[in-house]
Design a binder for this molecule. Structure first.
Ligand SMILES: Cc1cc2nc3c(=O)[nH]c(=O)nc-3n(C[C@H](O)[C@H](O)[C@H](O)COP(=O)(O)OP(=O)(O)OC[C@H]3O[C@@H](n4cnc5c(N)ncnc54)[C@H](O)[C@@H]3O)c2cc1C
Length: 296
């Protein structure tokens, strides 16, 4: 790990609490936590980590993650400095994997490019948005992503087309050792005022329906066929149910919020209770949308 500190220009931290890097404000320490300064720095760091057989976890903005209380063995690599956004063709935008979705939405709006505006308010990064095929209001990343530049575990850089990314409902064929470096979006030319109106509406929609003042990772469960998961959870009577510092939101039952001092084990306990009751009383299999990682 000292060679990592000597080689990379970015930040290297040890025993770094993941609670500082997740929107849940929950999660034990990562053995090593690095923030590469740019893509060359990232490639150098990943090369050293693979050479030494250190497990690597790629972090976007940590808004879809529940990190267990024992933390993460190995190295977490944060993409937060890889944020360049460019208009490479009249209707094509290239965004660094660490760029915030909202930043890209705003730039597209300035350029009068339409396609991404319904995702306004999703708090993740572009890389995380591709891995999760993030979306809202019927618009998903798969409708705008054209291709992504990837860094493989052996240090090679290559392209993946939208088909190769394999985007499905809150899923993709990614999540292994491949790292998304940047994402190319195919957009349409639109009217800036109309795009801006959609952005304003979608942000207001979230403020009214989501508990945005409390830490969360958004919707915990994927929607089962035919019904929103939030309705199932509300009908099972879970709204307001609390374990430790974790609570099923009164405003949106598919959100579990951190009311202060929640541990991952509190959130996991609520998840288990909801899964069991949905299965027993409704015959519905609820599947987590959030990624649960790390050690107990
Ligand atoms: C209040 C709130 C509202 C939300 N609303 C929505 C919504 O409406 N729709 C929706 O779809 N989601 C929503 N989310 C969930 C979340 O914001 C999205 O899933 C988002 O796309 C996750 O991005 P991230 O950068 O935070 O990813 P992270 O949580 O950091 O990571 C998610 C996964 O992606 C992987 N990953 C991240 N970056 C890379 C990369 N560069 N290369 C390879 N793998 C990578 C990680 O390893 C991990 O497996 C919401 C979350 C919150 C807190």
């Amino acid at each position: 790990m000292q060679s990592l500190e000597r080689t990379i220009r970015g930040t290297v931290l040890f025993d770094e609490p993941m609670a500082r890097h997740t929107s849940y404000r929950v999660g034990g320490p990562a053995d090593v936590f690095i923030v590469p300064a740019d893509i060359d720095d990232l490639a150098a760091a990943v090369g050293i980590l693979h050479e030494r057989g250190v497990a690597v976890f790629i972090l976007g903005r940590g808004t879809n993650l529940l990190v267990r209380d024992g933390g993460i063995r190995g190295c977490v690599v944060s993409m937060e400095e890889i944020t360049k956004i460019e208009r490479t063709d009249p209707e094509v935008v290239s965004a660094g994997a660490g760029a915030a979705i909202m930043e890209v939405v705003n730039r597209c709006m300035e350029w009068s490019l339409t396609g991404l505006e319904k995702l306004a308010g999703i708090p993740g990064s572009m890389g995380g948005a591709v891995v999760m095929n993030a979306g809202a209001h019927g618009a998903y990343m798969d409708s705008v992503v054209n291709a992504a530049t990837m860094l493989g575990p052996d240090g090679t850089v290559y392209e993946k087309t939208r088909d190769q990314l394999g985007l499905g409902y809150r899923s993709s064929k990614l999540g292994g050792a491949e790292i998304i470096l940047d994402v190319r979006l195919s957009l349409g030319s639109g009217d800036r005022e109309e795009i801006s109106q959609v952005v304003t509406e979608k942000l207001a929609w979230r403020r009214d329906r989501q508990p945005l003042s409390l830490p969360s990772a958004g919707s915990v469960f994927k929607n089962p066929p035919g019904m929103p998961a939030g309705r199932v959870i509300a009908e099972l009577g879970f709204k307001g149910t609390r374990v430790g510092g974790a609570e099923v939101s009164e405003l949106h039952a598919n959100f579990i919020v951190n009311r202060g001092g929640a541990r991952a084990v509190d959130i996991l306990s609520l998840i288990d209770r909801i899964v069991l009751k949905a299965r027993d009383e409704r015959g519905i299999e609820l599947e987590p949308e959030i990624k649960i990682i790390g050690e107990d």
